[in-house]
Design a binder for this molecule. Sequence first.
Ligand code: UDP
Length: 317
Amino acid sequence: MARILITGGAGFIGSHLCDHFLERGDEVLCLDNLSTGSTGNIQHINSPNFRFIKYDVTNYLFVDGPLDFILHFASPASPIDYLELPIQTLKVGSLGTHKALGLAKEKGAVFLLASTSETYGDPLVHPQTEDYWGNVNPIGPRGVYDEAKRFAEALTMAYHRTHGVRTRIARIFNTYGPRMRINDGRAIPNFICQALRGEDLTVYGEGTQTRSFCSIRDMVPGFVLLLEKGGPEPVNLGNPDEYSVLDMAKNIIEVTGSASRIVHTDLPVDDPKVRQPDITRARSTLGWSPTVELAEGLEETIAYFRDKLGLQGEGGG
Ligand code: UDP
């Protein structure tokens, strides 16, 4: 039985990690300041091995007893969130990562950083391999997230090289699934909620920009394998199946059976034009690759939002 600290444990990905480790019989300390996370994501947990601590990881961290793993997932992660919380986003990626790494060093714990495909910015290499250094605008509105995560990666490597902390860096590509918020602002929850409510789907720009979407059900085993079998070098985790945003919107209208239409609005500043992970490293070093088909992943996500929105039956609009 391992003792695990998950920062951002009440968030979308963090709460699925809490479930996974509790099911395995581990002890989980879930830390979250609830700025974008929610107790609704963990309220189903009824285990003596679980503890929720409402805390901001940018402050000094004291944890009693041993820790085997620290998973640092605390951060706003949706573009609308980090545009609204720019300083908190910078602080949690920098000060928060510093505190979490300091704790890992103190406890001899394996540390996993939730990094992001945003470290590649608006990429000039496609698909993105881990050795690509990225194309990031440091002073643009997305810079608060991208640079915080890039700093977090640098700090993680420094703790590994200087203090010998066993570290992992997951570069997480677009992930979707149950427990995303209705007003999360990201493409999949937006499109699903709009389609289910019969509202127009807001495609930013022409919708020719691409993303590659991975189900949370694939992502969780990726993190576990990275913890167990990975090394300090960053590993892309994501589903390489690439779609244009417009095609994704059309697909969601179809699978929800919605009468909604598509409207085009302004493209956000510095919105990456393409994004697709090269997962050769994850395949070869971890033996990991996604298995959940988009149709299947969307179906369970749509069912989740249908329930959240208090809707029943088929279709919307
Ligand atoms: N997007 C969109 N409509 C929305 C939300 C997002 O067209 O209602 C686009 C967004 O401009 C981006 C892509 O969908 O090109 C993915 O956006 P998301 O916010 O999900 O995450 P990102 O990959 O930009 O971090």
